[in-house]
Write a protein that binds this ligand. Structure first.
Ligand SMILES: Nc1nc2c(ncn2[C@@H]2O[C@H](COP(=O)(O)OP(=O)(O)O)[C@@H](O)[C@H]2O)c(=O)[nH]1
Ligand SMILES: [Mg+2]
Length: 215
């Protein structure tokens, strides 16, 4: 379960996420990636898992990550600069697992994401979003396999936790922790969040800051 992060880390993270955050660029292919001089934390998840909502809630901004009406269509990595002076980058990865996505889109997704994950020294951690109501599904396991294969450290973030009872949340958190226990690149602690109610957001901001801070 979630360990309480240090109070100073929570406060530093709160300030950073309340400060300047700017869209840098979209990368539809690897040619468009920004330089690797700045540490990154990437957000991944199935379409409709609540990724755009979570990015907006984390940064207290409504339009930062567009909430797309056409799931499975956006196949770009979106980069956001956090802090002025620049401290780190948030990366919004294209959603996966949309049932109606055309095959060539799925193929493109795989190449883009796999190449990004394997060649990115500046990527310090990925956050993999999982819907609290559903837990880890096959499409999520494919993503976790890619991360383990690329040796990218990652952490599971449960979304939409307001939609289930506290007892159900405790059960899905435990089941998720059990499911990732043997995965080599998985961080053992799960963070439960709700973009709607604000639950878990201070802890998630702290987890992002912790991941990009060279210890
Ligand atoms: N109740 C609740 N609904 C949420 C939450 N986060 C997202 N949603 C809803 O879930 C749907 C998908 O959210 P979105 O952020 O667009 O997902 P994305 O496809 O992963 O970017 C939208 O209808 C959101 O309003 C949450 O924390 N609580
Ligand atoms: Mg979205």
């Amino acid at each position: 379960m979630t360990e309480q992060p240090d109070h100073d880390l929570i406060e530093d993270a709160r300030k950073l996420f309340a400060g300047p955050i700017a869209f840098l660029k979209s990368a539809p292919t690897l040619d468009f990636l920004p330089d690797m001089g700045v540490n990154e934390v990437a957000f991944a998840g199935r379409s409709n898992v609540g990724k755009s909502s979570l990015l907006n809630a984390l940064t207290n901004r409504n339009g930062l990550a567009r909430t797309s009406n056409t799931p499975g269509r956006t196949q770009e990595l979106n980069f956001f600069d956090v802090g002025d002076p620049l401290r780190f980058r948030l990366v919004d990865m294209p959603g996966y697992g949309y049932a109606k996505a055309p095959k060539d889109i799925v193929r493109k997704w795989k190449f883009l994401v796999n190449d990004y994950l394997r060649g990115r020294a500046s990527l310090k951690r990925a956050l993999v979003l999982i819907d609290s109501r559903h837990g880890i599904k096959d499409v999520d396991n494919d993503m976790l396999d890619m991360l383990d294969g690329a040796a990218v450290s990652y952490r599971i973030v449960l979304t939409k936790s307001d939609k289930i009872k506290a007892s159900e949340l405790a059960a899905v958190t435990q089941a998720t922790a059990d499911a990732i226990r043997k995965r080599p690149a998985a961080h053992p602690d799960i963070i439960a969040t709700s973009s709607e109610k604000g639950m878990g957001l201070p802890e998630l901001r702290a987890a992002v800051l912790e991941a990009v801070t060279v210890g």
